[in-house]
Design a protein around this ligand. Structure first.
Ligand code: ATP
Length: 231
């Protein structure tokens, strides 16, 4: 379980996150929603060590992760699929997947076969260059690369952005499957409300770097979530 307590984050003098507390449990999707610029990506950057949080505490399965670097967060079991995917265009699909090895001990540096069960298209395209894949295929590759490190926490930043509807469905099915296996806590930042609503059990609605509303989907209900999301 990932726990954040009163996390703040600054870019220089400008404070972007103002005391975010959040819990994400294995076997559940926790959605972070909110309009543009409220701090969703910044929160994922804080969790993944891409940008250090200023104050607060982060714990994974009870152990404090004290201002981890990106490497330490990844080694600790936190995998990040960034907005825009960041696939290496000149490297093959296999080489892109192997970049997921960076945080692993040598003995663990294998690509689990199930990656290709989850994303059969990547098996077909394993020798193609990342830059030759469609946007949807690149998104699948970015998720697969994150899974190579066998994470306990998977951070997904707008996985549906700019993706065709049929691939969105496939990505949704994979997230369902990972969720139902019960091993990974999935944190989903998403602007596509129905996609998040279908997958997530817990919601955090951000506004100007603060949690405006949070709770279980079953308690909050669709109308209330939609209303707060739109504000
Ligand atoms: N590297 C940076 N330096 C300075 N300000 C930044 C930086 N990155 C983001 N910001 C600012 O921080 C605020 C929050 O940005 P962030 O990307 O976290 O929001 P978001 O909710 O993910 O938005 P979007 O949905 O558009 O991605 C914005 O005002 C943004 O301009």
């Amino acid at each position: 379980m990932l726990e954040l307590e009163n996390i703040t984050l600054k870019y220089g003098q400008s404070q972007i996150l103002h005391g975010i507390s959040l819990t994400a449990k294995p076997g559940e999707v926790t959605a972070i929603i909110g309009t543009n610029g409220v701090g969703k990506t910044s929160l994922l950057k804080a969790i993944s060590g891409r940008h250090p949080y200023a104050e607060g505490q982060m714990r994974l399965d009870g152990a404090v992760l004290d201002h981890p670097t990106a490497f330490q967060a990844a080694r600790g079991g936190i995998a990040y699929v960034p907005q825009g995917r960041e696939v290496f265009p000149l490297m093959t699909v296999m080489e892109n997947l192997e970049t997921g090895f960076a945080c692993l001990h040598k003995a663990d540096r294998t690509i689990p076969e199930r990656i290709f069960d989850l994303f059969p298209v990547l098996a077909e395209m394993r020798h193609r260059r990342g830059g030759d894949l469609s946007g949807g295929q690149q998104q699948q590759l970015a998720i697969a690369r994150a899974l190579v490190s066998r994470p306990r926490v998977l951070l997904l930043d707008e996985p549906t952005e700019g993706i065709q509807p049929n691939i969105i469905k496939q990505i949704g099915r994979v997230i369902h499957q990972l969720r139902d296996e019960g091993e990974i806590a999935i944190i989903l930042v998403e602007q596509y409300f129905d996609f998040a609503y279908d997958l997530a059990a817990q919601f955090y609605v951000l506004n100007r770097g603060e949690v405006r509303l949070n709770g279980a989907k079953s308690d909050l209900g669709r109308e209330r979530l939609l209303e707060s999301f739109a504000l």
